[in-house]
Design a protein around this ligand. Sequence first.
Ligand code: NDP
Length: 439
Amino acid sequence: QRSSPAQAEFYQAAEEVLECLRPLFERYPHYHDHCIIERIVEPERQVFFRVCWTDDNGRVHVNKGYRIQFNSALGPYKGGLRFHPSVTAGTIKFLGFEQIFKNALTGLSIGGGKGGADFDPKGKSDSEIMRFCQAFMTELHRHIGPTCDVPAGDIGVGGREIGYLFGQYKRLSGRYEGVLTGKGLNWGGSLGRKEATGYGAVYFAQNMLADRGETLEGKTCLVSGAGNVAIYTIEKLYALGALPITCSDSRGTLHDPAGIDLALLKELKEVRRGSLEEYVNQRPDARYISVRDYPQDGHAVWRIKADAAFPSATQNELTEADAEVLLAQGVRCISEGANMPSTTAAVDLFLEAKIAYGPGKAANAGGVATSQLEMAQNSSMEQWPLEKVDAKLQQIMANIYHQCATTAEEFNDPGNLVLGANIAGFRKVADAMIDQGVM
Ligand code: NDP
């Protein structure tokens, strides 16, 4: 029942899952008897807290912090932290809910959680970021631990923020342990974690296309976003012979028909933390489209003709009108690096068109899967070579694809990976919840 407009994104995510579960419940009514639906949509625990920090001029600021521990049937809560001014309790709830099924699909022992704050890292100095992270962890440290809840990064939380958060956890707890993932390579991080979500989304696309007798080679690709997921999606697309021609940030979209200059993009975003607008100074043949010039009903990046698309920025960034244009211009494959980037109406159009469509909870699961590999390395005090991590990632993405595809077939809707992902993920969690009794 929709009772709060503030939870619109959560209702959107929950409705999609519940709609897909109809055929499962018709065939296996015992799930009803255990009240699994009523239990799974209710988080086990939510923590809301005040985060007070001081800027470089001595002014005190107050932000809202969140951690949702949604479901621990399969393992310790696992999911990222998002620092962005748009974050609300509803955002964290939708992300935490999606995380339950995504983590189940990886086949690894991880439950679902998520967290964050309505803090805007843009324009803040390193010292301000550090003080904010320390203030955030001052409360969060009470609720997390390596066998209980292991946060990671998400929008606005990358290697720098994980470092400050980890330092504060260690100071408060007196323990050096794998309580966060996405750590630096010289202090407990895993090779390949930074790249994993983007690479994983591309591996997922590769799997979808292979089943249709196609490859990514020579395909023109649209990528949105210009952060962690987008950059490593672009990197892997080049490695597989595809041509990524776009990226975007919250201020605009970049279209470089010759292919995005990856080194320049990394310099702009990973080193200088600047705007994409600066890119055209060095690549005059590229075009920058400001958000002011976006179509009213969508996003400029999806109006460019291409064979494949990799939404990698944020939720609901691809509208019904965007989907209509993408399909009319011949897109054949969509693999979602971001969480719930396509609106419900856009997803319906992709499914109707029967193109290769990989929903975020399946296609972007490579990030959390590699986080779990980081936890495994931490607990055995080892560091695995990149080749080992990447081989595992490729295997995990292939397994996720095959689970989604075979489950869709089992329920008489071949090719519908939304249905396949939701049923396959739900079934694992629900069976574990039944085994563990009512709680
Ligand atoms: P980053 O913060 O590294 O990058 C996010 C990118 O998206 C930035 O370019 C940002 O632009 C843009 N963006 C963010 N919010 C908006 C908005 N409201 N409108 C337009 N552009 C926006 O985050 P990630 O790359 O880590 O995350 C991207 C997506 O991938 C998210 O949906 C996240 O939940 C999902 N994801 C990430 C995983 C990971 O391992 N990092 C794992 C699984 C999913 P700007 O810099 O201008 O704000």
